[in-house]
Design a protein around this ligand. Structure first.
Ligand code: M6R
Length: 652
């Protein structure tokens, strides 16, 4: 949820770190910080700021550690391109999403050892930090923050020195077992990791080992890469892919020692290993706004491409081809129960899948929040298929649920956007949504990629079970592909209507989203999008439930946003809306082009092209994304980085 970047080489590190942190800011942005080795290798400068990376940049400039003042002869925009003369060339940086301890400067990373000679940055969570802290304080360590992370700095210090730096009296004679110390940063980090339980990606520097960065990983992503300018580490390749696209994605229990000359890899026993390289082939454009005012709009506008790319190669010789499934057609045919497990927006994609799997394949399908699934005792047999949906492929609850399901004997199929992510690696098979990197915290294009992938999966199950003939599959496939153009038509024609509808929500204190069938599933996603980026409270209900309670909320002007596309339950929905209209609600309808009757009850109508009900989640969700963004902008919110949220939720 936080971001790590580190560099050691021949170029100015401050620019490289701040540029990398800005790219990682979508993962966490409560505070940020860097530890820079002094240019002459004689100490560390640790600078931390609450707030966005831009605050850190200002502070580094004030302290003359960044830009021309740092002696590079070039400004921050050069991002380290200048050969370092008098500036630091080794350091680590971090952008934080607070878990333990408030977002303050003291709690921002890097954290340091007692004497400040060792600095570390950490992603993840140290579960036994309270016991470790008590133990370390008992031996004289002085803590400066409320974080779980700081124990690692002190554990590394003790392993490195053989004692606490505060404890000048400790001698070999007093503590022979510990007193020798490793005086080797990677070895000390390895010993520290042996003491902690939890998840971590760690980068550490020590002023006694200039030019060295020690790196460790367990259950929290870390990539490292090297080029002629030096060696890089990051929690996400996006931070370093300008320098190199050939990276090593560390596995759990692996360590790396970065120097300007290259990287040495070791395993948990200290033995040297040679991990495989991965080539990053995303378009760098994904990391840039490319002329759009924000990433969210850019990513919404990419959705026609996502539909096309996710479908590419999926129909071969008239039949569906999902070779990565990890299951034979015979095994698929035996599936008699499906669970979709996911969180947030991905969970809503699951609600859509339930409708499709049950309607087409006639297999019972349950959708469950991964955070609940992992602590229940769900009925799982060898013929159960668990479909884990996760944009990031890192969500802690989804991963834990996958592990649990596999232990209980289920086949697990992952749907994720991130190649090589933990969800992909821990599932029996995987479909990659072709959304490309998603930066805005609110998921948009990845949701569309998930819905397209889940629609394909439902079609495949139905085909294997003999419920859909090949000709029907081909027709559905074509209609699925047609949604790309239909989304584009929404962009081209509905902007004014969406803006008008947003004005009706701007000053509201709450909003209700309603729909029936597929419309209800779409409503949940619409409500989540609105609340997470505009901070306008929103709830979604199956419209038939309104009169069982929520209708009590309706007062004149209360916004009710209805997914009112043509469907088998359209007339029922209209009746539900009339009840809201009678109580003065302002009704915003997402309706099918040509439906003029809806204007009789709706104050605002946003039209989407006519599609069969099964495809409506793709077309009807798009205007809800745009509406949420428009309301958020009217309310002065940062649509890419909503408060309190992080892009990937790697803690429970
Ligand atoms: O990476 P995942 O799909 O597993 O993430 C799940 C949720 O955390 C995510 O969808 C979250 O709800 C987004 N903020 C929604 O926009």
């Amino acid at each position: 949820m936080c971001g790590i970047v580190g560099y050691t080489g021949t170029h100015s590190v401050a620019e490289i770190l701040t540029e990398g942190l800005a790219r990682l800011e979508y993962r966490g942005y409560d505070s940020s910080g860097v530890a820079l080795e002094h240019a002459n290798g004689s100490g560390l400068d640790v600078v931390r700021r609450v707030g966005k990376v831009s605050e850190l940049v200002d502070e580094l400039q004030n302290k003359r550690l960044l830009g021309a003042a740092a002696g590079t002869g070039e400004g921050a925009a050069a991002a380290g391109d200048a050969k370092a003369a008098t500036c630091s060339t080794c350091g680590i940086g971090h952008t934080r999403w607070a878990t333990h301890g408030r977002p303050t400067e003291e709690n921002a990373h890097p954290h340091t050892s007692c004497d400040g000679r060792i600095a570390i940055v950490h992603n993840g969570i140290i579960e036994n930090f309270a016991e470790l802290r008590e133990e370390l304080e008992g031996r004289g360590h002085v803590f400066k923050s409320d974080t779980d992370t700081e124990v690692i700095a002190h554990l590394v210090e003790e392993a490195y020195l053989g004692r606490c730096a505060n404890d000048a009296a400790a001698t070999d004679a007093e503590a022979p077992a510990r007193a020798a110390g490793t005086h080797d940063l990677v070895a000390a980090l390895r010993l520290a990791c042996e003491r902690v339980t939890g998840a971590y990606g760690i980068a550490a520097v020590c002023e006694d080992e200039p030019g060295v960065i020690a790196v460790a990983r367990k259950d929290s992503p870390i990539v490292v890469g090297t080029c002629e300018r030096g060696s890089y580490v990051a929690s996400d390749a996006i931070a370093i892919m300008d320098a190199t696209r050939d990276v090593v994605v560390l596995e759990d229990g692996q360590f790396a020692r970065l120097t300007p000359e290259g990287i040495e890899f070791t395993d948990a026993s200290g033995a040297v290993i040679q991990p495989e390289m991965t080539h990053i082939d995303w378009d760098m454009d994904a990391a840039e706004k490319s002329g759009y005012p924000d990433f969210m709009l850019k990513e919404i506008y990419e959705q026609p491409r996502v539909v096309r790319d996710t479908l590419t190669g999926r129909l071969a010789g008239g039949a569906l081809a999902i070779d990565e499934l990890g299951l034979t057609l015979e095994e698929l045919n035996l599936i008699d129960r499906v669970y979709v497990i996911a969180c947030g927006t991905s969970y809503h994609a699951g609600l859509i899948a339930k409708n499709l799997v049950e309607a087409w394949a006639r297999i019972p399908c349950e959708v469950e929040a991964a955070s609940e699934f992992r602590y229940r005792d769900p009925i799982i047999t060898p013929s159960t298929l668990v479909v884990a949906v996760s944009q990031s492929g890192e969500t802690a609850d989804t991963l834990a649920a996958i592990r649990d399901a596999r232990i209980k004997g289920a086949k697990v199929f992952g749907i994720t956007n991130v190649v090589g992510s933990p969800v992909a690696r821990e599932s029996d098979g995987v479909i990659y949504t072709k959304a490309n990197k998603e930066i805005a915290v609110a998921s948009t294009k990845s949701f569309i990629g998930q819905v397209v992938s889940l629609t394909l999966l439902a079609m495949l199950l139905a085909q294997v079970k003999g419920r859909l003939r090949q000709a029907q599959v081909r027709l559905l496939f074509r209609e699925l592909g047609d949604t790309a153009e239909q989304i584009q038509r929404i962009f081209d024609t509905q902007e004014p209507a969406i803006h008008e509808a947003a004005l009706a929500c701007e000053h509201a204190s709450s909003a209700l989203f309603v729909g029936r069938g597929m419309g209800a599933a779409i409503s949940y996603e619409g409500a989540l999008k609105l609340k997470e980026i505009s901070y306008l409270h929103a709830e979604a209900y199956a419209a038939g439930e309104m009169k069982h309670g929520p209708i009590a909320l309706i007062t004149p002007g209360f916004p009710v946003i209805a997914v009112a596309t043509k469907s088998p339950t359209y007339d029922k929905l209209v009746s539900n809306l009339k009840e809201c209209e009678a109580r003065g609600a302002t009704i915003i309808a997402i309706a099918t082009e040509g439906d003029e009757d809806i204007r009789a009850i709706a104050d605002h109508v946003i039209y989407v092209p006519p599609v069969r009900d099964a495809m409506s989640p793709i077309t009807a969700t798009v205007p809800l994304q745009l509406l949420a963004r428009e309301v958020a902008l009217l309310r002065g919110c940062d649509v890419d980085r909503p408060r309190n949220l992080a892009k990937s939720v790697t803690v429970e």
